[in-house]
Design a protein around this ligand. Structure first.
Ligand SMILES: Cc1cc2nc3c(=O)[nH]c(=O)nc-3n(C[C@H](O)[C@H](O)[C@H](O)COP(=O)(O)OP(=O)(O)OC[C@H]3O[C@@H](n4cnc5c(N)ncnc54)[C@H](O)[C@@H]3O)c2cc1C
Length: 584
């Protein structure tokens, strides 16, 4: 069986059969076999032949005897239960005897690159990962793990949490009997230190994980030299190179810069989470989720914050929900300046104060200007043009890579995952899942493509927003206005019920299911309120399985929770009835 596996899947399995002629000879060798898995109790007691163990991804594991080995092989070879279409990836000419340094070099050790490289190694490939951080214009730099862990999701969520804790202390604690718990002044420096310590511990864990998986980690900037060679530059400028049969580009993106005069005085999200001093008066430029999340948490911590939005907030999301986020963020203390952009930023050399003149002629002073007007793909210095055929797959406008099932059609041995891929959601779990599935197709004999449909996401504005599928407007555009019904509910979660401040402000939750009337299928899920990420993640499984409105409301809820609202929503928007709910 082991020989068969190694013949069928030479890149994944290598069999080392060890035959003995007599039982006594076998028994004499047993201590040697057991010593390969010294901590496995079953292995130490195993006496019958065969004695099967596997070495995979740097780990040695006892499989068992004959039956266990057959089960092990059966599980690995079982066809996937998924009915998803097979990927349309083309043969990239890979053979095991390629003669290059590595089976695959992954360029970029962020969310996608790390997940993909570990999976490739687990499936038997010889892997190297390059990860190198070019300092931001303000000089910030960080460790292994990419955007999410260092300058994205993780510090953002931690700082959002800091702001939510402040709100709970200020608005709720006293009503729940915590008489002396009123929020004091926020200490940015101590929060920044604990956040950065946590990030450093994650950087360390990632390095250990790569070592344990037998992956070569190179803290070098990669640039393609030719079809199979990539040059490596370290932080001192020293150059070397490695070769590989395959490449996976996972270089992510970086924040856009501000083009106006004095734009160099602005920082971006690459700098904010390690800002050594409290930001003071903050201007966030941009109407996307990063600008509003950052502006939301700086305001929540007590720093006077303005968000400057050129046109509309949160383009592409459900407009009714965005309207509620906009109203809430204003109640939360964020000043909104909509319809203007910064025209000029001047810095006072003595005080560091930034005077911003906007396109409408307004002039305001800030201590920090944060630009969050989108991100560009980090491909400019990748030398992609040196790979024959690959430049045809660089999008002229976005500089992202245009792929079919993560493969570059013009250079089939080059693949791309994560934020660098054109037309795909820029989200950590998307980069990870695409990386895992690509690895399994390249080295695991699988065919399942990445499924980018119905990806759930959450925006961590002060009023959190979880969404899956279509906005109401998109549903109407795709299905026809008369074929869409929305069920809505506005309600206050029990957690807010005792707080006078919250009832004065009208803090509450909003739930919306957008339904295709012809099939009953829920095509859009929208939730505004606390713990939106946790709630939305759970419902995303139902949405992927094609749940109908009837499935939602025939589900028995969990009481008292906010999520139970989705099991009892009966007010349709078209009825014009009030969606405000009182009591249980
Ligand atoms: C402020 C902020 C908040 C976010 N919040 C969320 C969130 O809440 N949820 C969510 O899902 N997503 C969030 N994201 C998006 C998420 O961080 C990205 O989608 C994700 O990190 C993309 O992963 P990636 O592997 O494509 O690239 P990255 O994680 O960006 O990793 C790319 C790596 O490659 C390195 N690199 C680049 N070029 C080279 C080269 N030539 N040689 C060697 N190394 C190179 C880079 O330095 C980097 O380390 C957020 C992003 C930001 C900026």
């Amino acid at each position: 069986m082991a020989n068969t596996l190694s013949v069928l899947y030479p890149t994944q399995y290598e069999a080392t059969p060890h035959l003995t002629e007599t039982r006594d000879q076998y028994r004499e060798l047993l201590p040697q076999y057991r010593s390969a898995v010294p901590d496995d109790e079953a292995a130490q007691k195993h006496t019958s032949a065969p004695f099967v163990y596997s070495e995979e991804g740097g780990a040695t594991t006892f499989v068992g005897g004959c039956d266990a080995a057959v089960d092990w092989a059966r599980a690995r070879l079982a066809p996937s239960a998924s009915t998803a279409a097979a990927s349309s990836m083309v043969d990239d000419g890979f053979t095991k005897e390629h003669g290059f340094d590595y089976d695959v070099v992954v360029v970029g050790g962020g969310s996608g690159g790390l997940a993909c490289s570990k999976e490739c190694a687990k499936l038997g490939a010889k892997v190297a990962v390059l990860d190198f951080v070019k300092p931001s214009p303000a000089g910030s730099t960080w460790g292994l793990g990419g955007t999410c862990v260092n300058v994205g999701c993780i510090p953002k969520k931690l700082m959002h949490t800091a702001s939510i804790i402040g709100e709970t202390l200020k608005d709720d604690a006293a009503a729940f009997g915590w008489k002396d718990a009123a929020a004091g002044a926020h200490d940015w420096e101590s929060m920044k230190s604990t956040v950065q310590d946590h990030i450093k511990s994650l950087n360390f864990k990632y390095r250990v994980a790569l070592r344990e998986a037998g992956i070569t980690y190179l803290n070098r900037l990669g640039e393609f030299e030719d079809k199979n060679t990539i040059s490596l530059t370290d932080k001192k400028g020293n150059k070397t190179s490695v070769t590989a049969a395959r490449f996976i580009v996972a270089v992510g993106g970086r924040p856009n810069k501000l083009g106006c005069p004095g734009g160099e005085h602005a920082i971006d999200s690459d700098d904010l989470f390690s800002l050594p001093k409290a930001p003071g008066r903050v201007l966030c430029v941009g109407g996307g989720y990063i600008a509003l999340e950052c502006g939301g948490f700086t305001a929540g911590m007590g720093y006077p914050t303005t968000c400057m939005v050129r046109s509309i907030l949160l383009r592409g999301f459900d407009r009714e929900c965005v309207g509620k986020i906009e109203a809430h963020i204003k109640h939360h203390g964020v000043q909104l300046q909509v319809g203007v952009t910064p025209a000029k930023i001047e810095k006072d050399a003595a005080t560091g104060v930034l005077t911003v003149t906007d396109s409408g002629g307004g002039v305001h002073e800030y201590d920090t200007v944060l630009v969050a007007t989108g991100r560009y793909a980090d491909t400019a210095a990748l030398g992609i043009d040196n790979v024959p055929g690959a430049s045809a797959n660089v999008n002229a406008k976005t500089k992202k890579l245009e792929c079919v099932d993560e493969q570059l059609p013009g250079a089939p041995h080059v693949y791309a995952i994560g934020d660098v891929v054109e037309g795909r959601p820029e989200l950590t779990p998307v980069a990870i899942e695409a990386g895992l599935r690509l690895a399994r197709r390249l080295f695991g004999g699988k065919t399942e493509p990445m499924d980018y449909e119905c990806v759930a996401t959450t925006i961590f504005t002060p009023l959190e927003y979880g969404t899956i599928g279509l906005s109401e407007d998109d549903a109407k555009a795709q299905l026809g206005e008369c074929n869409v019904e929305s069920y809505i509910s506005e309600f206050a979660p029990l957690e807010y019920a005792l707080s006078e401040a919250r009832s004065e402000r009208g803090d509450g939750c909003f739930a919306k299911l957008v339904v295709d009337k012809s099939t009953g299928k829920v095509v859009g899920f929208h939730y505004l309120g606390p713990n939106a990420g946790e709630i939305t993640q759970g419902f995303s499984i139902a949405m992927r399985k094609g749940a109908t409105y009837a499935d939602f409301i025939s589900t028995v809820g969990i009481h008292p929770t906010v999520a139970e609202e989705f099991t009892s929503m009966t007010v349709t928007k078209s009825s014009g009835e009030s969606a405000a709910k009182g009591g249980c």
